[in-house]
Design a protein around this ligand. Sequence first.
Ligand SMILES: [Mg+2]
Length: 441
Amino acid sequence: MSPRDPINLLLVEDDEADAGLVRRALRPLGGRFRVTRQASLADGLAWLAGNDCQVVLLDLGLPDSVGLDTLLRVRQAAESLPIIVLTGHDDEDLALAALEAGAQDYLVKGAADGPALERAIRHAMARMHLEDRLRRSERRLQSIVTLAHDAILSVDRDHRIILFNPAAERTFGYTAAEALGMPMAMLLPERLRPDHDRYLDRYATMGPASRSLNDRPREFVARHKDGHEFPIEVSVSKDAEGSFPLTATVRDVTERRKLEEQLRLLAATDPLTGLPNRRAFLETAGRELAGAGRRNRPVALVMLDIDHFKRVNDRHGHAAGDEALRRVAETCRDSLRAGDLAGRLGGEEFCLLLPDTDLPAAAGVAERVRQTVAATPIPLPDGAVLHLTISLGVAIAQAPESPGALDDTLGRADRALYRAKDNGRDRVELDGGPVALAAAG
Ligand SMILES: [Mg+2]
């Protein structure tokens, strides 16, 4: 509709004289208004249902409806229709109540000439248009907040919750009715609450320039209504003035954490034996050596290899080979003390990391593993029984905090292992280690 098109105006007025006043006031405005008059609410509503109407002038006292109810029933029939209430001289209270109830303006009957009437009508239409846009925008926002998979909550300057969407209900276990008006801190573990209030204030006063929580989500710990704590990812936005209310988007990342932990474990584990794989074992061993060096404690490595493993595969198939690897891994694990670690370095080769252990003690552990493997027959699915032996080489780390210590110790343990193979297998050989160095020195 262009501004030059006539405005379809519905005048609902039962009084002939009052209706005449409006018609007379609008007459000098030429074709700018097309006025339809109805004398009762029922006739007015019926006309609205079948006609395009841009504005209503509404008398609240009609034969079939009186007072605010008249306004509410028109509003109900036409949500976005601008309504100007017509009142008598002594009806100021009713006029104000009508504005509260959704009228866009009111006019005292007979008090407005043509131009004043037109201005009121055009203002009412513009105002309705803005209200309509605001209402649509609020509904859009509301549906976003309601449908969001992430929890969305807002807090006022007293840190009380003023918005709590359905995802927040699911995330934290509180209903919106329970959460609204409560201090936001109740969503946190008790130990974090005192700091949180200070933090909120500081954040709110840093001004719009502070983007710390907007750029990327931060991770925090939250507390569910049932008391359990869970990891969350939080983004906070604030209004343009950079103060309250603050709105936070909160994502429960429990599942993602579990998945990450599983992936981390998978990446570090040999799937066949369940032992740490080569990379994970060497990482741990490197850290352990560095720590042992700082504490000036001995640390031992035992390299271990299944004797004639190729024969097991050749004679009994790879499934039997796998079973042999699993059983040796199990024996290693069972022989270890708290703090010791076994890993599969690859093929039929394993390694034991023994912290706080000198050469004689490490030799004792190695010998125990050797005996256990030798004494444990492995029944195979095909009815055969495997009798495995292993060869072991033991070395103590020297200058364990030095960068090359791990490779050096592994190399010496490996050479001791090969000596065990050369010397007939099913035995433990010790690296000359400190003794050889002392002799050389
Ligand atoms: Mg009347």
